[in-house]
Ligand binder design. Structure first.
Ligand SMILES: [Zn+2]
Length: 441
């Protein structure tokens, strides 16, 4: 961990290239150290937060914020100034939010892109640094957590020369990584691949990436129309967020291009309803969308300290495991413990996926403007599992804990009926995570 009390008398300054005219060596050194630490811990974001009586620095690692340091209050102005200098923001402007970016040169010689935003809060400027580390992105589809059958369905869809593949889930559910793993697979000398994103988070040589972020006048729709004039094979649209984008993407998918994109929906079947509610014609949805995935990221249990518990069959059934999956009256699951190799018993994350091909029967239902329930039932009949089921499979495999699955997925019967609170009742009957004990070697 970076020293939380930068010594004002320290003569250390490893980053003269980034001094930017601020004569504040200890702070410069400390910020560099902290950024390097964040990268080595694979943090996605760093938060610098001033409060009335204290100041803290937190990092988001594996989707969770962790407090990493509490530098002295007296340093808050200098820390903010240092970060604003690095990202070429106006140091004097403290009353309005600002948005910038910076390059970080790591001591290993590697260079990273960081996005910086400021927010004037009651007790000073809060700064958040987003780390965009292409080298850390896992671009091997086989290592994202897809079950074998789901991966085959996905591969089938992206190997077709046309059609639309949609990846859905909330922010931070790993959609971008999945999209890029697909593009990585398709990235050959034979295909012209282009992306339009807001912003580009992962850089991939061989792909023509357009960043619309912070470029007034350049929209997804304008960039997409331009691609279509550039002899494209594969298009990736960062997000289908309006009718115009949806219509151009759908038209491209129907005219011999493979289109990949994302949507913010809860599950695969309801994505079809969302597209319709945006104003897209049902016959266009039915004719273009070939596959929809929904996904979440779950924390993986630390293999060095996880402990086995025996869960009775009733618990598994209550959690949503289909009857017949377990032959015995109980099955082992693992719970987090905590050791020197992990954070509270967890280390790293895995994806869980619902992968739904749009079958002929599904197309017929789309044309009939069927509701989410009917579409979900059809998907189930065709062997498409739910996110809950995908999570339970990871529990049976010993990869994650049951509580982690219950916290991040809805019980299948509740997916379209959020009024009930069965999930909570189920959670109460479970063995709780043990409190972290002494660090094991
Ligand atoms: Zn551990």
């Amino acid at each position: 961990m970076a020293n939380p009390n930068p010594n004002p008398n320290s003569s250390h300054d490893p980053a003269p290239a980034h001094r930017g005219g601020l004569d504040d060596a200890p702070v410069v050194h400390w910020v560099q150290q902290l950024l390097e630490q964040a990268v080595s811990l694979k943090a996605s974001d760093l938060h610098f937060e001033p409060y009335e009586h204290h100041y803290r620095v937190r990092m988001r690692i594996d989707g969770e914020l962790r407090e990493m340091a509490s530098p002295p209050m007296a340093l808050k102005e200098r820390l903010a100034s240092r970060i604003k200098v690095l990202s070429r923001l106006d140091i004097a402007e403290k009353r309005l939010p600002q948005d910038g970016r910076m390059k970080l040169l790591l001591s290993s010689g590697r260079e990273l892109d960081l996005r910086v935003s400021t927010l004037p809060t009651l007790f000073g400027e809060k700064l958040v640094i987003r780390i965009l580390d292409s080298a850390q992105a896992q671009l091997d589809l086989n290592r994202l957590g897809y079950e074998a059958a789901d991966l085959q369905r996905l591969l089938q869809a992206i190997r077709r020369p046309h059609g639309m593949v949609l990846m859905t889930g909330p922010t931070g559910s790993g959609k971008t990584q999945s999209l890029y793993a697909c593009l990585n697979l398709l990235n050959t000398a034979e295909l012209n691949i282009a992306t339009v994103e807001d912003p580009c988070e992962i850089q991939l040589p061989g792909i023509n990436q357009v960043n619309v972020h912070g470029k007034p006048g350049l929209t997804f729709a304008i960039a997409l129309r331009a691609f279509l004039r550039q002899d494209p094979d594969v298009l990736m649209v960062g997000e289908v967020r309006d009718l115009e984008t949806a219509n151009i993407a759908i038209q491209a998918a129907q005219t011999g291009h493979l289109v990949l994109s994302t949507l913010h929906t809860n599950d695969a079947p309801s994505t079809l309803v969302r597209l319709r509610n945006m104003g897209t014609a049902s016959y266009n949805i039915a004719a273009s969308v070939t596959l929809i995935t929904a996904q979440r990221l779950l924390r993986c249990l630390c293999p060095k300290c996880k402990e086995s518990v025996n869960l009775p069959l009733a618990t598994w059934l209550q959690a949503g495991l289909p009857p017949g999956w377990l032959a015995a009256q109980s099955a082992p699951a693992f719970v987090p413990v905590g050791c020197g190799h992990c954070h509270k018993g967890f280390s790293g994350r895995t994806g869980i996926f619902q992968v739904m091909p749009v079958s002929l029967a599904m197309q017929a239902l789309i044309l009939q403007e069927a509701g989410p329930q009917t579409l979900a039932e059809q998907a189930r009949r065709e062997g498409v599992g739910t996110l809950r089921l995908a999570g339970l499979q990871k529990v049976l495999q010993g990869i994650t804990s049951l509580n982690e699955v219950l916290a991040h997925t809805q019980a299948p019967e509740l997916e379209h009926d959020p009024a009930q609170s069965l999930a909570q009742e189920i959670a109460q009957g479970l063995p709780l995570a043990r409190t972290p004990t002494e660090a094991k070697p």
